[in-house]
Design a protein around this ligand. Structure first.
Ligand SMILES: Nc1ncnc2c1ncn2[C@@H]1O[C@H](COP(=O)(O)OP(=O)(O)O)[C@@H](O)[C@H]1O
Ligand code: SF4
Ligand SMILES: [Mg+2]
Length: 387
């Protein structure tokens, strides 16, 4: 039998019988904020010198008091237009926010342990071992001058004390699991000999190498054609289900959400706008931004001839946010209160428990989602204000 380097003690959530702990979310993020200081502050203090004084006008809050949870075996899709803070959210979970950005506040609890308070040496052990990341463009993450087998084996050896032979044998097994044809015979191949889809499979194999509890996949299929995209997402979904691994799937594609996610969190300009069961959100969004996203992309259940309607305007400059709801300048349902007060993320009226939205309320259009002219806005009671 092949010797494998999986000598870690079993963890809660590994594929096995349920335990009381399995009810607890694996990842709990509370009020997480990531800030980039204004250019003026950087010039004055040098890179990395975020003032944190509150006087840094023009600072960019790339992630603004974000809270979410992911359970073992669950796929959470993080959705939003480009620049909404999805990548910074993922990088902050690994404490890899690029300078001069920094995590300004919050908690990131992995199985109860706050990662933001761990010493850096302990955090290094978390990266790749307990949380792994799969990026959008595998070519930039793979070393072009090292063989595939060696790179996967190295990923194993960073976190496990095993011989090269054992690591290479395990690399072969992993490449087989991600359905690379003739995997064991191709350990000596170089990245340029693989197609984009095969390289992304290699990245997934590397992410799985140490059996992480959580995988962060940042637009893992954006660079791939549609058929390969579906294969890769099916693979990720199957492997995470089988192993009880939690998956944060970052995407701007709502079709991906409907097909692969259990839950969805919709992000806009650094803030969560809507969060809930993926099917429920897809069937009936409770936030104008989600409605706008849905109206702008084709859907499987589209009536023939539905026109795609892009959301008008652009996301705001994060250093100069409007005073009220940050979506107000683009919202088809904006009303007086929206321009003065900031809505907070609360249970959406009439929706299943846990379906949250950050909106004062609006009269939803009838007919297919997002179509139709804006109706008169309503302001149901109980929809709160942020500050
Ligand atoms: N190096 C940087 N310097 C300043 N601001 C940045 C930097 N990187 C990202 N940001 C800010 O963070 C925001 C969120 O970025 P990001 O998380 O990469 O968005 P997404 O992944 O949703 O496209 C950007 O809109 C930008 O304002
Ligand atoms: S709070 Fe107002 S502006 Fe913001 S999304 Fe809701 S209806 Fe639109
Ligand atoms: Mg991104």
């Amino acid at each position: 039998m092949t010797q494998t380097p999986d000598q870690k003690p079993p963890r809660a959530g590994a594929a096995r019988g349920p335990s009381p702990q399995d009810d607890e979310p694996l990842l709990v993020v509370r009020d997480l904020s990531v800030v980039f200081p204004s250019r003026r502050t950087v010039a004055r203090n040098g890179a990395g010198g975020g003032s944190g004084s509150g006087s840094d006008h023009g600072a960019v809050w790339a992630v603004d008091r974000l809270s979410l949870e992911i359970r073992r075996g669950e796929t959470l899709a993080l959705v939003g237009e480009s620049g909404s803070g999805k990548s910074m959210t993922a990088l902050s979970l690994l404490r890899l926010v690029p300078e001069p950005g920094r995590i300004a506040s919050g908690e990131v609890r992995l199985a109860g342990e706050d990662l933001l308070r761990l010493p850096e040496a302990a955090m290094r052990r978390v990266r790749g071992d307990r949380i792994a990341m799969v990026f959008q463009e595998p070519m930039t993450s793979l070393n072009p001058v090292l063989s595939i087998g060696r790179q996967v084996a190295e990923a194993i050896r960073v976190h496990r004390r095993v011989s090269w032979r054992a690591a290479l044998a395990r690399a072969g097994e992993l490449l087989e699991q991600v359905a690379i044809p003739d995997a064991r015979d191709r350990l000596d191949a170089y990245p340029h000999e693989f197609s984009g889809g095969m390289r992304q499979r290699v990245m997934i194999a590397m992410a799985l190498a140490c059996e992480p509890e959580l995988i962060l996949a940042d637009e893992p299929t954006t660079a791939l054609d549609v058929t390969v995209q579906a294969q890769i997402l099916e693979l990720l979904k199957r492997l995470t289900r089988e192993r009880g691994t939690a998956l944060m799937l970052i995407t701007h594609d709502l079709g991906v959400v409907a097909r692969y996610a259990d839950r969805v969190a919709v992000m806009y300009a650094g803030k969560l706008m809507e969060q809930g069961d993926a099917r429920a959100v897809y069937a009936r969004p409770r936030h104008p931004y989600t409605l706008g996203l849905m109206a702008s992309v084709p859907r499987l259940d589209d009536p023939p001839g539905r026109r795609l309607v892009p959301i008008p305007g652009q996301p705001p400059d994060l250093s100069e946010l409007p005073p009220g709801c940050r979506f107000a300048p683009r919202c088809a349902f904006v009303h007086g209160r929206c321009r003065e007060e900031r809505p907070t993320l609360l249970q959406a009226p009439g929706a299943a428990s846990g379906h949250l939205r950050s909106c004062f309320g609006f009269e939803e259009p009838s007919g297919p989602q997002g179509a139709g002219a804006p109706a008169r806005a309503g302001t149901p009671a109980g929809e709160g204000t942020e500050r």
